[in-house]
Design a binder for this molecule. Structure first.
Ligand code: NAP
Length: 676
């Protein structure tokens, strides 16, 4: 059998292993299948190359261009994912596991691509929050902005998700315009290496954006600087060693740590046997124990049930676990494959033994299980091990030891207070799930346990068909947790991109704020053009282009007519005395919607033209009541432009309505789609 040399990709070239390479074994039969490592890699050269070439290339692109790049990479990987499936079986993973790692990773790229095009501007600067008015007359403003770090992201990943683990970090880093050096765990780096090859061969990444270290990282962390980001996923022990690198501390280098976690799942006190929720709870537990053979950072390690349900739930779980077929992951009827390596198997059994000091093993005693077509001595197979802890208050290991395999402990709680105490004994976890129909139970748990968990997942009969699963980190939701889970966050939509950007508070005049942020703000320079802005195409409209309309007087007949026409006969528009009794109104006032409608009548250019549709209205505020005989006029200004495709783009207009005394009566942002 040929032994694969897993290569690194440094400074734009593939690099062979050298004598320092370490062996990699098949999880299924223990045969040596590959080797990885080259201790002569030029760490400083790789960092410099990433910054000078990769970073510079990525930052030539706007957020939207980077998002389109991610989508193209995702499409290319999707077309070639079979090759990744084929090679991944040797890690012990089943086809179902591949869907989480490979399809899940590609899905994360797609999700980030569309989130970025929806929620980020088509420029190179991200505005964080609204403009702050820092002076009485509005001549001095504040705006938080985020800009790309001119550094490199060093991603050190765990063995369990060789594809997802890489792609979920690359997506936000690339969107931020930051190049990456990926260091996968050696045990499964051959899968990551293939994925990197497929990405590079797709040709969609600019030169220098991605490098790969297969095998040991060497001294690279000694050379990271203040604008670099180290994102680590793995054990708490390794995280502590790496985070303590003096250069990382001296330079205050951002260090994101996703560590181990004693995640829990709680059966709500309201859930009784025989209900859909009772079965759902058991299903989620079994799925989390067996998917990836329990090698998931989010897997359920502690199972909390009301005292009255303990016996029944133990029996239910034992019955389900007895039907789990453990064996060769390539077999279609295998439910659970192998752990990643013999070393991992030893580690899991050692930790299971510790847990056994606090709890009885009630299902799957080691080695007493039926293996299919597998060499028992060689493969890294462990059956699902269910422990039952009778005294969870005095137990230590069940709340502290993470056996990173198919190992979980069930325990009973007395009441909800006791349940939250036990939930929080994990000292900070990635996720806790609660199966309940009772929103009061959910509120109580959020208040008492929220600070201990990165994610709280509630599920019941209403949501179960569409729920995403206790153990699935989603691109839209934050992943990470406090305390022993690492105290960091990743993913969470645009939040995840911000880990690779610097937030800066800008202060200055409206013109400066508008020009820097590429968004018009009140008080900034206005541009007047001869033609009505609605006659101008997306590409020719300028930020700040402004139209002032004529004014229109509002009569009592208008108010009456609008009330009867729309059916909105709210007393403040119809009854002088009642309106006066209201603290907001001097008497009968015009409808806010009447003002908006009249405003449109003032600024709209009626003929067919480049404005294709009015797609919405944001941040509407009515500031001052308008009464009969008052008049209104409109200022319409191009605030921001976002291309959507080759045919049209979105214009965000700032609209202000003022009265005859130039007082602001209403303000909003109007959205239109305009032809290019
Ligand atoms: P690990 O042994 O801590 O290794 C994690 C990564 O660190 C690997 O790439 C490893 O490379 C590297 N590494 C180890 N020592 C290093 C050093 N001195 N310098 C540079 N890099 C070094 O963890 P693991 O066994 O791969 O993963 C299992 C653990 O990860 C579990 O505890 C699990 O809970 C945790 N995990 C957490 C998350 C999360 O998102 N929170 C996700 C997955 C896993 P080598 O393989 O080459 O040693």
């Amino acid at each position: 059998m040929t032994i694969q040399d897993v290569q690194s990709f440094a400074k734009g070239a593939w690099v062979q292993t050298n004598d320092s390479a370490r062996p990699i074994y098949s999880a299924i039969n223990g045969d040596m299948i590959a080797r990885a490592g080259n201790d002569a890699l030029d760490a400083v050269g790789m960092i410099d190359y990433a910054k000078a070439v990769g970073g510079a290339n990525l930052r030539k692109l706007t957020f939207h261009a980077r998002a389109r790049m991610l989508k193209a990479v995702a499409q290319s990987l999707m077309a070639q994912k079979q090759a990744l499936y084929d090679i991944s079986f040797s890690t012990g993973a089943t086809q179902k596991d591949h869907l989480i790692d490979i399809d899940g990773g590609i899905g994360t790229l797609f999700a980030y691509s569309s989130m970025a095009r929806r929620e980020m501007p088509d420029s190179d600067i991200y505005l964080d929050g609204k403009v702050e008015r820092l002076s009485r007359n509005g001549t001095f403003l504040g705006q938080h902005v985020c800009t790309s770090l001119p550094g490199v992201a060093v991603h050190i990943n765990a063995f369990n998700f060789p594809v997802w683990g890489m792609l979920e970090k690359l997506a936000p880093a690339f969107l931020a315009g930051v190049p990456a050096i990926v260091k996968p765990a050696t045990a499964t780096c051959y899968v990551t290496e293939l994925c990197v090859r497929l990405i590079l061969e797709s040709g969609f990444l600019p030169e220098g954006a991605l490098q790969l270290v297969s095998g040991r990282l060497g001294s690279m962390l000694k050379y990271v600087e203040s604008h670099d980001v180290v994102s680590f996923t793995g054990s708490a022990e390794t995280a502590l060693i790496l985070h303590s690198t003096p250069e990382i501390l001296q330079n205050a280098t951002r260090f994101i740590a996703e560590q181990d976690s004693l995640n829990a799942s709680l059966l709500g006190p309201d859930v009784l046997p025989g209900t859909a929720e009772f079965d759902l709870f058991a299903q989620e537990v079994i799925r989390e124990m067996t998917t990836k053979a329990g090698q998931k950072c989010t897997a359920i390690r502690r199972i909390l049930v009301p005292e009255a349900q303990l016996e029944l739930m133990v029996e239910k779980l034992k019955k389900s676990l007895s039907q789990v077929v453990v064996g060769d992951p390539r077999n279609k009827d295998t439910c659970m494959g192998a752990l990643v390596s013999e070393a991992q198997k030893r580690d899991v059994l050692k930790k299971a033994k510790l847990i056994g000091q606090d709890a009885d093993c009630v299902a799957g005693k080691p080695y007493q299980f039926d293996l299919q077509n597998v060499d028992l001595q060689k493969g890294a197979f462990v059956p699902p091990l269910l422990f039952c802890c009778w005294s969870p208050d005095s137990a230590e290991h069940v709340h502290d030891v993470e056996a990173f395999g198919p190992v979980s402990t069930i325990m009973a709680y007395r009441d909800l207070n006791h349940a939250t105490e036990l939930l929080n004994r994990g000292k900070g976890s990635l996720v806790a799930s609660v199966i309940t129909n009772d929103a009061d139970v959910a509120s109580d748990i959020v208040l008492k346990s929220g600070a201990f968990h990165g994610r709280l997942y509630f599920n019941n009969g209403t949501s179960m068909a569409e729920s995403t699963g206790h153990g699935s980190p989603l691109p839209h939701m934050v992943h990470g947790g406090p305390g022993r889970a690492g105290g960091s966050e990743e993913l969470g939509g645009v939040r995840g991109v911000m880990h690779y950007m610097q937030r800066t508070g800008l202060q200055g005049s409206p013109d400066i704020i508008a020009q820097v942020g590429k968004k018009w703000v009140p008080g900034a320079k206005e541009v007047t053009e001869k033609n009505h802005p609605f006659t101008r195409r997306f590409s020719s409209l300028q930020i700040g282009e402004t139209l002032y309309t004529a004014s229109r007087q509002i009569s009592m007949e208008d108010i009456e007519h609008f009330a009867h026409f729309t059916g909105d006969k709210f007393y403040a528009h119809m009854d002088e005395e009642a309106a006066k009794r209201n603290p907001f109104f001097p008497g009968r006032v015009a409808h806010g919607y009447l003002l908006l409608s009249f405003a449109a009548g003032l600024f709209v250019e009626p003929n067919e033209g480049p404005v294709l549709a009015n797609t919405g209205l944001d941040n509407l505020r009515f500031m001052k009541p308008v009464q009969a005989d008052d008049s209104i006029k409109v200022r319409l200004t191009v605030k921001h432009k976002t291309p959507r495709n080759k045919e049209y783009g979105e214009i965000r207009w700032h609209v202000s309505l003022t009265n005859q005394d130039d007082e602001l009566v209403a303000e909003y942002e109007l959205l239109t789609m305009n032809a290019f």
